[in-house]
Design a protein. Structure first.
Length: 401
């Protein structure tokens, strides 16, 4: 993990001719404030470290180049001014951002102190603040260049630490406890923060797609071990392109990477339903093959074409996920509700579990629970989040009021 690096010497990471991820130190005596600051900064692409007390600051400045020093003033102005003096004596040439109440005299005094010391002081970030306010405050530190052309080299982006896995909880529909998580890829663009897959996913079948798939598998397994050590076993699901599974060597490599740990509950590989139908015999063969290695194939984004799966003979798929466009609004739309119910009945017939994805309202949650779905997933519970935040959540979610 790159969070809380404080004493290890770090070289700036380069992607092309640009510094990939600016670095920020979060200084405040209160852990919850440092955490609250870290999450939006990391979403913007910063690598963060933490400084809990003044005595830690010299070692941090010696160990790594910093672009931003975020100073919370919960401990008062004396220690804040002392930290600024250390920065100035060290020749700090980055930016300093103070965080505190706008009308608090101590804030104005520390801001003036920093200016007198010759530090580059950003305008105060007044509390309380939102992620948008913080983004605006640090915008000058983010490179203004456009994404590289030709398209991003995924292998290079992986080695530069730009590609990550984020996790969205999957909940048991009956208990609303976290029963697993879907891993989704994100890229931390140096000037635009976290970007969704549509901004960087390579064309299927090429070496770029293979490099991304191999990264996803390896990262998911490492994260599973992290989750196990902190919260117990978590079933992870992820998407892989169908072309990756068409390669026998890729399938063997996938199977060989599965943990031998007795707590491993299996890996769910989600494949778009329409893609499965285009190569159904092979997908049935692969689904049967990988099940011996604790890997299950899930039919993803299933909707109106559900009837094509009703008469395929042996049904080796372990899960059916109903497309969010049919789940969203199913409580009020009779046609959407009918399709959801038909898919649920199909799953019951073939012995597969069902997931309603894209649940965004309490009404839709009540509807899919009444229909008997096994699992639910959507923004009503949580959006995808970095692995560390998923771990910090304690693998629990709270429904909004």
């Amino acid at each position: 993990m790159e969070h809380q690096q404080t004493v290890e010497a770090i070289k700036p990471v380069l992607f092309g001719h640009r510094k990939v991820r600016p670095r920020a130190c979060l200084a405040d005596g209160k852990q919850h404030i440092r955490t609250f600051l870290a999450e939006p900064l990391e979403a913007l692409g910063f690598v963060t470290c933490e400084c809990a007390q003044i005595g830690e600051l010299p070692a941090i400045l010696e160990s790594q180049p910093l672009d931003l020093f975020v100073l919370g003033l919960s401990a008062g102005g004396v220690e804040g001014a002392a930290m600024l003096s250390i920065l100035a004596a060290d020749g700090f040439d980055g930016k300093v951002l103070l965080v505190g109440p706008r009308d608090w005299p101590v804030v104005a005094a520390v801001q003036a102190c920093g200016q007198e010391l010759g530090l580059a002081m950003l305008p105060l970030l007044p509390t309380p603040f939102c992620a948008g306010n913080l983004r605006d405050s640090v915008a000058s530190l983010m490179p203004a260049d456009e994404p590289p052309a030709p398209p991003i080299d995924v292998a290079q982006a992986v080695s530069a630490g730009q590609i990550e896995l984020w996790y969205q909880p999957k909940l048991d529909a009956r208990t609303l406890g976290v029963a697993g998580a879907e891993a989704v890829t994100r890229m931390r663009h140096p000037s635009r923060g976290a970007a969704p897959p549509a901004n960087f996913i390579p064309d299927a079948g090429g070496p770029q797609a293979r490099a991304l798939s191999e990264f996803v598998i390896g990262r998911a397994i490492r994260d599973w071990h992290d989750f196990l050590g902190q919260h117990g076993p978590v079933e992870i699901a992820t998407n892989l392109p169908i072309d990756f599974l068409r390669d026998p060597e890729s399938v063997r490599s996938l199977c060989d990477q599965m943990p031998k740990h007795p707590a491993f509950q299996g890996l769910i590989v989600e494949i778009d339903g329409s893609e499965i139908l285009r190569d159904l015999p092979l997908m049935k063969e692969i689904a049967g093959q990988v099940r011996f290695h604790n890997i299950g194939l899930s039919i993803d984004h299933l909707g109106a074409e559900w009837l094509s799966f009703a008469d395929i003979g042996a049904f080796p798929f372990v899960e059916i996920k109903v497309d969010r466009k049919f789940v969203a609004g199913c409580a009020e739309n009779a046609l959407k509700k009918l399709i959801c119910r038909q898919i649920r009945d199909l799953a019951d017939t073939v012995g597969a579990r069902t997931v309603a994805e894209g649940v965004a309202t309490r009404a839709d949650l009540a509807c899919v629970r009444e229909m008997g779905f096994d699992m639910v997933q959507g923004s009503l519970f949580a959006k995808p989040m970095p692995a560390r935040k998923f771990t910090r959540s304690g693998l629990s979610v709270t429904l909004p009021h």
